[in-house]
Design a protein around this ligand. Structure first.
Ligand code: AMP
Ligand code: MG
Length: 349
């Protein structure tokens, strides 16, 4: 996880949201009352709530998140990924090997729009740290190590083509963790829970006192203190990516944290934000980033052809909102949600 700093997650549990639309006050109140634990991990805010969990459940969930971070963090010196980033080849845990294999597959299928080997670029830009625009020469130098197929995995031994290549799983591991937390809840007999890991939300069963899953507020990428709408979902992971999440501005230009592996520059694809919903948390998270890089047309073609099971909401920079077939009945855009002064977001049909 290459990200630093704490930012408002795009998806929010509704109780902590500034509610500007009266339409969402009702379900905010209904879903807001469960006991919860809030902590900082994976360089972001984590919030878990369940009215069925005990104190020891809360502690176990916190430990699970910390254990996953100890494998996949690019920043923690004791992590496996950190060691791998400083080696050419090394033996890793089965879990690490498995996730790296799956990351390669998603990278291949998305044509590198999700790229687990982009660490040299994300480190160079260091969007929430240095706030410095690298030169073309620096980008070209980093770029030499960022081919998305920059490593192989065999019998849990990971070998990088270049020792200098830095892996960064910050675009995928929070969604994976959300799914793992939901799985742990199920093992413990918990049937209703929600976890939010920096905008990657896992929901299990039904919200308290509800029979039809959860209503998850979707942040408006154009006015991130407000909601654009909500989506109904159950037993799934919802991941978001947005240009407004982590960025800095220099000479009037915004440089954000999602990079186009083809250029080494912040992706400019005509999208302001993406939401991906999938049972598979790694897929949800990796694809939220990949679709953002692809842009709307490619993302919709990918949705139609891909072997991955997912649904998506795409916020275009011109204020159009596109939802995939499986969300037509499940996503509600709030009346009055805007993309610019006095101009409403428009749901494409
Ligand atoms: P997300 O918020 O899930 O879209 O992930 C963004 C984070 O993933 C960034 O802060 C980088 O650490 C990393 N990243 C940026 N661009 C990419 C990309 N195209 N593929 C994979 N990881 C990326
Ligand atoms: Mg992602």
């Amino acid at each position: 996880m290459q990200e630093r700093g704490c930012l408002l997650p795009f998806i929010v549990i509704l109780l902590v949201t500034v509610i500007l639309s009266s339409g969402c006050e009702r379900f905010q109140k209904e879903q807001a009352s469960s006991p919860s634990v809030d902590f900082f991990a994976m360089n972001t805010f984590v919030s878990f709530s369940s009215d069925q969990a005990t104190g020891s459940d809360f502690r176990e969930i916190q430990t699970l998140v910390a254990d996953i971070e100890k494998i996949f963090s690019a920043n923690l010196k004791e992590s496996e990924l950190y060691a791998l980033n400083h080696s050419k080849s090394m033996s890793v845990s089965t879990e690490c090997a498995h996730i790296l294999e799956r990351a390669t597959k998603i990278a291949e299928q998305t044509d590198g729009c999700f790229n687990p080997c982009l660490g040299n670029i994300t480190t160079l830009w260091d969007v929430t740290g240095n706030k410095y625009v690298p030169s073309d020469k620096e980008i070209a130098a980093a770029f030499a190590y960022t081919a998305f197929d920059g490593y192989t995995v065999s019998d849990s031994v990971v070998t990088k083509k270049n020792k200098e290549t830095l892996l960064d799983l910050g675009a995928a591991i929070k969604g994976y963790t959300a799914e793992r937390v939901m799985a742990l809840c199920k093992e413990k007999g918990i049937t209703s829970a929600m976890i939010n890991i920096g905008g990657n939300v896992g929901v299990l069963g039904n919200a308290p006192k509800k029979t039809d899953g959860w209503q998850i507020g979707i942040r408006n990428p154009f006015y991130p203190d407000t909601l654009a709408g909500y989506v109904n979902c159950k037993d799934t992971v919802i991941s978001v990516s947005g240009a407004y999440e982590r960025y800095f501005e220099k000479d009037g230009i915004r440089y954000h944290h999602i990079f186009d592996g083809a250029t080494g520059m912040p992706a400019e694809s005509g999208l302001a934000g993406t939401v991906v919903i999938a049972k598979d948390g790694l897929v949800a998270d990796a694809l939220s980033t990949a679709l953002f890089v692809m842009g709307k047309e490619k993302a919709l073609a990918f949705y139609n052809d891909s072997e991955f099971e997912f649904e998506a909401i795409l916020f275009s920079s011109d204020g159009n909102v596109t939802v995939t077939d499986g969300l037509q009945e499940k996503f509600m855009l709030f009346q009055g949600a805007k993309f610019a002064d006095n101009q409403p977001l428009v749901l494409e049909t």
